[in-house]
Design a protein around this ligand. Structure first.
Ligand code: DC
Length: 210
């Protein structure tokens, strides 16, 4: 059987994670949320208490990240996401994490990786590339609903600002900025339910694999 990688990129809170997990389950593939590798590096750096702009220390943390030990519940915190977006501009951090992500992508029988640069840098030869997006307002609304559903207070306007700031940082950095690969299929989920987005993604993957 031929090894297959599905690359899923897109901005923060576009629903990549849910789609990727469901696709991986559907096809029996291994899944890696590469954002967690940047988050784990950021958390390790925060835990050292050392200054955040020391790229050599950040690189050491990146080299030590254990892909088998990524704990979403610990790494989901907002401050860790912000910190991750800051260390993600450092070329030596990216080099270390991309190498680990590429090794993961080769697992049999196949893999789903989601992030910002999977189709462009990490797995340019992926069999299927999806670029999942939604308007900043829709993404902020989804995040707002999630926070409120968990029983916490949330400020919608602050979340919209935050989503836009993160997009700006992710799209305008010099090394591996967020952008669709030339051969990616665009999936705008602004007007779709999670279920409809999953069905659309599955149709795209099925069409590419057949
Ligand atoms: O998807 P996320 O919110 O967990 O990602 C956190 C940060 O990590 C994001 O703002 C940018 C960075 N990131 C990246 O630069 N490249 C990836 N492949 C994944 C995430």
């Amino acid at each position: 059987m031929k090894h297959i990688t599905i690359a899923i990129d897109g901005p923060a809170a576009a629903g990549k994670g849910t789609l990727s997990r469901r696709l991986a389950e559907t096809y029996g593939f291994h899944h890696l949320d590469t954002g967690l590798t940047y988050r784990a590096t950021a958390k390790a750096l925060i835990d050292t208490g050392l200054p955040f702009d020391d790229e050599a220390v950040a690189e050491r943390m990146a080299l030590d990240v254990d892909l088998a030990g990524l704990d979403r519940s610990v790494l989901a915190r907002h401050e860790i996401g912000e910190a991750a977006s800051k260390i993600a501009v450092m070329p030596s951090v990216r080099r270390a994490l991309v190498e680990a992500q590429r090794a993961f992508s080769k697992k049999m029988p196949g893999t789903v990786l989601d992030g910002r640069d999977i189709g462009t840098v990490v797995c340019p030869d992926a069999a299927v590339k999806l670029y999942v997006t939604a308007s900043p307002e829709v993404r902020a609304r989804r995040r707002y609903d999630e926070i409120v559903a968990s029983g916490q207070a949330a400020d919608y306007d602050a979340i919209v600002e935050d989503v836009k700031k993160r997009d700006d940082r992710d799209m305008n950095r010099a090394d591996s900025p967020l952008r669709p690969a030339d051969d990616a299929v665009l999936l705008d989920t602004s007007e779709m339910s999670i279920e409809a987005a999953f069905q659309a993604a599955k149709r795209i993957v099925d069409a590419a694999l057949n």
